[in-house]
Design a protein around this ligand. Structure first.
Ligand SMILES: CCCCCCCC/C=C\CCCCCCCC(=O)OC[C@H](COP(=O)(O)O[C@@H]1[C@H](O)[C@H](OP(=O)(O)O)[C@@H](O)[C@H](O)[C@H]1O)OC(=O)CCCCCCC/C=C\CCCCCCCC
Ligand SMILES: Nc1ccn([C@@H]2O[C@H](COP(=O)(O)O)[C@@H](O)[C@H]2O)c(=O)n1
Ligand code: MG
Ligand code: MG
Length: 225
């Protein structure tokens, strides 16, 4: 949903910044790499120590690079298969660090095995959700579904909650409950999305096999005439 409705807005807002980076001779791949490095550092330095406010600020500063890199490539007329591969692969690295950071907190001083398991579930299910689309497309299917909770939703829900939960350290009572709620929402939403995508791939696969059978049968009858 965010990918559909918010992308146009962020494209407008970030286009001048992408143009500025191009003028400074920065390449889209550099933005992809530095953005991921910033997200990974923010997540793994701050989240395992329970510093959710500062972790979220650092991650937010870098995560928008994922919208800037493609924007730069399009302005340059240099979108490439390599760029698409690098972008998607490093998305998985960044997501692993964010949910891994939550899991490390709950496994350590956060001291909550259930929330550690929920964080690991968010990490794994998010990766599998993305894989279903990549694998489906690689076997020639359209995978014409996005589902309830795509990457943008996973990030916005968990980062907004983590950022607000971080105010607990500044004396706001009770607000830290937002992070567990968000993790449960992302976990359930990712499971629903996974089911939506698997069901779509199964239907599209059956339709493709049936179309191939019909094609074979029509060629067979043409040959017999
Ligand atoms: C004062 C402090 C208060 C603290 C409160 C917290 C405030 C900050 C909190 C959160 C900000 C989070 C922003 C998250 C932005 C996410 C942007 C992003 O990277 O989206 C990526 C997404 C997908 O891009 P791609 O097409 O490159 O990736 C594809 C995707 O990964 C597919 O995965 P799948 O969906 O299938 O699982 C892969 O299959 C595919 O391979 C891959 O290519 O981009 C979008 O969806 C575009 C829309 C982005 C919408 C962003 C909305 C941001 C909303 C709120 C921002 C609030 C900012 C506040 C800043 C405050 C700073 C102090
Ligand atoms: N280093 C890069 C990064 C991205 N691309 C191209 O942009 C597409 C992704 O667009 P986003 O707005 O989601 O970043 C990607 O599929 C590539 O075509 C690139 O060429 N080089
Ligand atoms: Mg990108
Ligand atoms: Mg990306």
């Amino acid at each position: 949903m965010l990918n559909k409705y918010a992308r146009a807005f962020f494209t407008r807002v970030l286009t001048p910044f992408a143009a500025f980076l191009i003028r400074r001779g920065v390449s889209p791949d550099t933005v992809t790499l530095l953005g991921t490095a910033g997200v990974v550092a923010g997540a793994l330095v701050f989240f395992p120590r329970g510093e959710f406010f500062w972790g979220t600020i650092v991650i937010t500063l870098f995560v928008f690079s994922d919208l800037v890199d493609g924007n730069m490539a399009r302005q340059l007329g240099r979108t490439s298969r390599w760029g698409a591969f690098l972008d998607s692969t490093l998305d998985r690295v960044a997501d692993g660090a964010i949910f891994g950071g939550f899991a490390l907190w709950y496994a350590g001083n956060g001291n909550n095995n259930v929330l550690c398991a929920v964080s690991i579930f968010c990490l794994a299910s998010g990766q599998v959700v993305s894989y279903t689309k990549a694998r489906g497309e690689s076997i020639g299917l359209p995978v014409a579904v996005n589902g309830l909770v795509e990457r943008a939703e996973r990030l916005v829900i968990s980062l907004v909650a983590a950022g607000l939960a971080g105010f607990h350290k500044f004396g706001v009572p009770g607000i830290q409950i937002l992070l567990p709620i968000a993790l449960w929402v992302v976990a359930v939403g990712s499971l629903v999305t996974l089911i939506q995508r698997v069901v779509t791939v199964r239907r599209e696969s059956a339709e493709a096999e049936a179309a191939a059978e019909r094609e074979k049968a029509s060629h067979g009858s043409e040959a017999a005439q």
